[in-house]
Design a protein around this ligand. Structure first.
Ligand code: ATP
Ligand code: MG
Ligand code: MG
Length: 531
């Protein structure tokens, strides 16, 4: 709506929830256990929880497990864990599969009332008929015949049953094509991860959602607004079955540039080893973005800020990373790293004869972050990029130490090989223009690996008809070897820090004997920090 500009997350969107009464609202988040939770699902989950909480109501986490071909226990477990990571715990966890018997009985009721029929029209032909608004040749089957096919053939997954599906008899000419006799049951003989081989027919989403919402006492069904056309169908099913009404509230899907959010496509990247797994830092999954350094607070602030928007927009990731930066900056300890490949040695002619260590604050503006040891010595390392352009006699500042006067710059072509300098600690750091990071060249320094990543696909927004496999970014992983201060040795997986003048990093692999720590660059919403 506002082009990705800063938004306040004090948005008050209570007004948008129709017929809501404090203490009575029941919402639900209905993930299909067919993949890991991604940032789009997180939006749906956070909004459902937000409203349940705002109205002192209840939130149901419902696994929408009606398609055994795609679903697995692994996904189910990961979804519960990821919701917990996001701070979301439903008042209860349910399963669409808990209602297979109820839904089956209701489907029979529809058939008996002449409101549903079995159809064995081949898929292509059925699609064509729905497109042009023709009636199926099976539309006028008798109730007896429909009952027989549904309860004997389809229910048992027989050869005849497999050819059929059950369709709601609504209106094959309706302008809203979702009302053109939608399929509400189909056969699937794949065993279900919860109910095994008990069932061979499964309700479609279109039938399952209104029925289970109504039975479970959901008062407000939040749906992404690409389903808006289907609202009429949702309401038809509730009316046809004489069930309790449910209010639908729709919200916009989130999409991000150069990002796929379809579980099927993400699975492809995992299967083809383009990424390490579902928690890959290049993935838009909750695990992926967390591994990249996104905080729960960052995600939640982002979603609440986006909440009321009904426009489907293709967001730039910088919006969410900028919000995350506000969360991490006040507490991220400051440390030092220099590029291992391009390092320049500076000899401090009047430097300390023996290295010594002093405790310094980890964060200049926030003493609560604690202190860290800083090693001083007469030989230090700086980045080539900082050394370039230094001239004999120039006065510069070593951050957190003091001023230094350069006495000799040894070069090979444009490359600085080494520097000699003298400490000038009485100098005024406000008068120097170069303030650079440095690291004592002692045995205390630690070799680290810094990683950065690019988006997996090259095109901002894939259009209908684009094959994502034609838009793969050739290189998406960037590795730099660096040398860092000794504190890095004590960091744990998940720690978030800032290497001064380089950026924010999250520890992905901690230091251990013989193993270099690995840190991932955390985007800050400003710099495109690829090396
Ligand atoms: P996929 O396209 O990967 O199959 P899905 O939407 O079918 O995803 P579900 O598990 O059915 O996945 O989704 C659970 C909930 O998350 C639904 O309410 C759905 O509308 C919502 N959701 C999914 N993707 C997004 C998104 N990009 N933005 C907002 N909400 C989303
Ligand atoms: Mg779905
Ligand atoms: Mg989907």
């Amino acid at each position: 709506k506002n082009g990705g500009k800063k938004e306040t997350h004090k948005a008050n969107f209570e007004i948008d929830l129709p017929n809501a009464e404090v203490g009575k609202v029941v919402t639900r988040f209905p993930p299909e256990p067919s993949g890991y939770l991604h940032i789009g699902h997180a939006k749906a989950a956070v909004l459902n929880e937000y409203f349940a909480h705002a109205y002192k109501g209840k939130l149901i986490i419902r696994f929408d497990d009606t398609n055994p071909t795609k679903e697995k226990v692994e996904f189910q477990d990961s979804i519960i864990e990821d919701l917990a990571l996001l701070g979301i715990k439903g008042d209860k966890v349910t399963y669409s599969s808990d209602y297979f018997q109820d839904m089956y009985d209701l489907a029979i009721k529809l058939i008996k009332e002449g409101k549903a029929y079995c159809d064995d029209t081949p898929l292509e032909k059925m699609r064509e008929e729905r497109m042009v608004g023709d009636a199926s040749a099976r539309r006028e089957r008798s109730i007896e015949e429909n009952l027989k096919i549904f309860t004997e053939e389809m229910k048992n997954g027989t050869e005849e049953g497999l050819k059929n599906c059950l369709r709601a008899k609504i209106d094959y000419t309706a302008l809203n094509k979702t009302l053109r006799d939608p399929v509400i049951y189909r056969c699937n003989v794949t065993p279900h991860h919860r109910t095994g081989s008990e069932w061979k027919i499964y309700p479609t989403y279109d039938f399952c959602a209104p029925v289970v919402d109504s039975i479970e006492g959901v008062t407000h069904a939040l749906r992404t607004n690409e389903y808006r056309d289907r609202n009429a169908q949702y309401n038809w099913i509730i009316d046809a079955l004489g069930l309790r009404k449910v209010d639908i509230w729709d919200f916009a899907r989130v999409n991000f540039v150069r990002t796929l959010l379809s579980k099927r496509k993400l699975q492809w990247f995992v299967d083809k080893n383009y990424v390490s797994n579902w928690d890959d830092p290049r993935f838009p999954t909750v695990r992926g973005v967390r591994r990249r350094g996104m905080t729960v607070e960052g995600i939640r602030n982002f979603i609440i800020a986006q909440g009321p928007s009904r426009n489907i927009i293709n967001l730039d990731w910088s919006v969410i990373w900028a919000l995350n930066k506000k969360v991490i900056d006040p507490t991220a300890p400051r440390h030092t790293a220099v590029d291992a490949k391009d390092v320049v040695t500076v000899k401090l002619l009047n430097g300390p004869s023996e290295p010594f260590t002093e405790e310094k604050p980890k964060h200049k503006k926030n003493p609560e972050v604690g202190k860290k040891p800083v090693v001083y010595s007469n030989q230090v390392l700086i980045d080539q990029a900082d050394a370039e352009g230094m001239t004999d006699g120039e006065e510069i500042t070593f951050m957190d130490w003091g001023n230094v006067i350069i006495s000799k710059v040894v070069k090979e072509g444009d490359i600085v090989k080494s520097i000699e300098a003298n400490l000038h600690l009485e100098g005024d750091f406000r008068k120097t223009s170069k303030k650079i990071t440095w690291l004592a060249d002692t045995k205390d320094k630690v070799e680290v690996v810094l990683m950065d990543f690019d988006h997996l696909i090259t095109k901002d927004k894939l259009e209908e008809g684009d094959n994502f496999e034609d838009f793969l970014t050739p290189q998406t992983e960037f590795k730099v070897e660096a040398i860092a201060d000794l504190s890095v040795r004590d960091m744990k997986v998940g720690d978030i820090i800032q290497f001064e003048r380089k950026g924010y990093y999250r520890v992905d692999q901690a230091y251990s004997e013989g193993k270099r720590p690995v840190l991932y660059n955390i985007p800050d919403g400003k710099t495109v920090s690829r090396y």
